[in-house]
Write a new protein. Structure first.
Ligand SMILES: CC(C)(COP(=O)(O)OP(=O)(O)OC[C@H]1O[C@@H](n2cnc3c(N)ncnc32)[C@H](O)[C@@H]1OP(=O)(O)O)[C@@H](O)C(=O)NCCC(=O)NCCSC(=O)C[C@H](O)C(=O)O
Ligand SMILES: [Mg+2]
Length: 289
């Protein structure tokens, strides 16, 4: 069983993909205000650069400078020419998590774990079969996070792009249910039009409303928007403080329900309020951005 990162406490607002073959981008990431980085050996790296990318990434991680960002390495699938070597190489790298693409069942996680031992595994959720098997994938003892691969999912489902993402909703919902049932991290897919700030902000808001912990990103220009959308707002922090205060007051009087702004506040609301404050404090004290 891999130690779970509590997604209610550890922020994953912004999770940036960096192609493992690009030294300049790998270097730049050391100063970027992201909560986590996906060092990519899969789709962002062309076939003739795969071996080189593995070495470049190994060196960059050995040099360090990425803490306190969570370091995730996305390998190629084990059914490709590079997957086995990637998985073996990750064991020599200073990485927190190994991310497996196109996971379709818990057997895929078992196959990776046969190489990577007890290293925590995240799953790219991007195939129709993966959506149908989301519950067993999330329940795997080594699985600590899921990442939506909305490009591959859209391709497999043969959907048309729509700003409201209606054709993807069943898949997003199934994965969210599975992740929440098991208490694992779940990150929304990328927004491809990286110069469209308004479109990205709208999609981040939608993802936050749905319960995603954060957004995967492809360009540094997207970071600030995701960090803002997935952090507790000043209004949420202020309300959380008032809810806790009001509840503690009625509790001291032997009652179990407070009223704040015309709405009831019970124990479960106070738990949410405490999580909001803990996440805000974590962003402030550990990350500072
Ligand atoms: C999209 C890009 C190809 C654009 O690159 P570029 O033209 O170099 O952008 P800029 O000139 O604007 O870059 C400015 C500086 O920022 C650095 N940079 C760019 N991108 C990144 C990055 N991702 N991480 C870190 N730093 C980055 C440049 O080096 C410039 O730095 P400097 O010169 O020092 O100022 C490019 O952004 C890119 O390659 N992005 C990543 C694409 C990627 O990772 N794709 C795969 C993941 S998406 C996916 O597969 C999802 C899933 O599987 C699914 O199915 O949906
Ligand atoms: Mg993909």
């Amino acid at each position: 069983m891999a130690e779970k990162i509590d997604p209610r406490l550890r922020p994953f607002r912004s999770v940036l993909y960096i192609p493992g073959c690009k030294p300049r981008a790998l270097d730049k990431a050391r100063s970027l205000a992201v909560d986590a980085i996906i060092f990519d050996l899969e789709d962002a790296v062309s076939a003739d650069e795969k071996d080189n990318a593995r070495e470049t990434l190994k060196e960059a991680l050995a040099q360090g400078g990425y803490d306190p960002r969570v370091k995730i390495v996305r390998i190629n699938g084990l059914d490709t020419d590079w997957g086995q070597a990637d998985a073996e190489a990750v064991m020599q790298m200073d990485a927190d998590v190994v991310l497996l693409p196109k996971v379709s069942s818990a057997d895929d996680i078992d196959a990776l774990a046969a190489i990577t031992g007890d290293k925590p595994i995240w799953a790219m959720m991007e195939t129709p079969r993966g959506m149908l098997n989301a519950a067993e994938i999330a329940a795997h003892p080594l699985l600590t996070g899921m990442v939506m691969g909305t490009n591959d999912l859209a391709k497999e489902l043969q959907v048309r792009y729509r700003p409201d993402r209606m054709p993807l909703m069943t898949g997003l919902g199934l994965c969210l249910l599975a992740a929440k049932a098991e208490g694992v991290v779940i990150i929304d897919g990328v927004y491809n039009a990286f110069k469209d700030e308004e479109g990205l902000a709208a999609e981040c808001e939608q993802g936050r409303d749905m319960g995603f912990d954060g957004k995967t990103l492809i360009h540094p220009a997207q970071i600030e928007i995701a960090n803002k959308a997935f952090a507790p707002t000043p209004e949420e922090i202020e309300l959380a403080r008032r809810q806790i205060e009001a509840f503690e007051k009625v509790q001291a009087e032997g009652q179990g329900v407070a009223v704040v702004d015309g709405r009831i506040v019970e124990n479960l609301h106070v738990e949410t309020a405490r999580e909001i404050l803990a996440k805000a404090a974590m962003i402030e004290s550990v990350l500072g951005f």
